[in-house]
Design a protein around this ligand. Structure first.
Ligand code: FE2
Ligand code: FE2
Length: 278
């Protein structure tokens, strides 16, 4: 068990990011995320470089449990009943833990790309919020007499990142603008469902996540546009090219067009990638 006081202040932002991704224990991982974010916003850290502290890990550190399975081997879950509720929260916690690793990997892996300080401010905030989301769901599990690790989890999310390890624009296209944007589509119906089952605590957690994730997509759109602008290319066709190259499968409607547009992800980005209506 680690609290924020028990983990060291990193020497640089990149060294912090590297330690967060490498940490196996989830409490240590989140404590390091809080500590690194605090030091960054107190302006105590330079960005640093992986040339000084070593490369980012190929895979994130993970606890011994949960057992990680290919997505097709995951047991089907229903939200009704206590077991279904725990299974749903467990799967959301797993997604948030991946989001912690993906965000800090983004911060560390591309630190040699020339970017303004406000870029790091945005992504450190995201990295902090993902750690909070995971901790919040871990708490929710423990109040239901369960824990992260009690059931299997799927092992597909990190793969999306590995494929875009060489190209920051591709990484932004896939992680915030495809995967996190998908969260904007599916979270409001989940909130409704939790409310209809009188599970107001879970609904409240999901509302916090939904509010924060809108910002994560907005940061993705902002910095994706920034990189395209710097290269003098149009962002919509560039996005479509990256998704075709790096994302398996199609983008599934229905889309939450309003929330996506509020985040700067207008339909001209993603509608050409959706299957044609039959
Ligand atoms: Fe999150
Ligand atoms: Fe997020």
């Amino acid at each position: 068990m680690s609290n924020e006081e028990d983990v060291p202040v990193p020497e640089t932002l990149v060294a912090g990011a590297r330690a967060i991704v490498a940490a196996r224990d989830t409490k240590t991982k989140t404590a390091l995320a809080y500590k690194t974010a605090r030091a960054w916003f107190q302006r105590k850290l330079a960005v640093g470089s992986t040339r000084l502290c070593g490369p980012m890990p190929d895979r994130p550190g993970r606890p011994d449990k949960p057992l990680l399975l290919p997505p097709r081997d995951m047991p089907k879950r229903k939200m009704g009943g206590a077991a279904g509720r725990i299974a749903l929260i467990h799967s959301l916690a797993h997604i948030e833990l991946n989001a912690v690793d993906l965000t800090w990997d983004l911060i560390g892996r591309f630190a040699d790309v020339r970017l303004p300080r406000s870029y790091y401010d945005d992504w450190v905030r995201v990295g902090l919020e993902e750690a909070k989301h995971f901790s919040m769901l871990e708490d929710r599990l423990s109040r239901l007499d369960a824990a992260y690790g009690d059931m299997p989890a799927h092992d597909g999310l990190w793969e999306a990142a590995q494929d875009t390890g060489q190209d920051l624009a591709a990484r932004l296209a896939i992680i915030p603008l495809v995967l996190e944007a998908r969260g904007l589509d599916i979270t409001p119906p989940m909130i409704e469902k939790a409310r209809s089952l009188n599970d107001h605590e879970t609904a409240r957690c999901l509302e916090i996540i939904y509010r924060d994730e809108k910002n994560h997509v907005a940061f993705g759109a902002k910095w994706f546009r920034y990189l395209c602008d710097r290269q003098g290319i149009r962002p919509e066709p560039a996005f479509q090219q990256y998704v075709r190259r790096h994302f398996r499968g199609t983008l599934k409607p229905p889309f939450n067009d309003r929330a996506r547009s509020e985040a700067g992800l207008t339909p001209g980005f993603y509608k050409p990638l959706a299957p044609l209506k039959g």
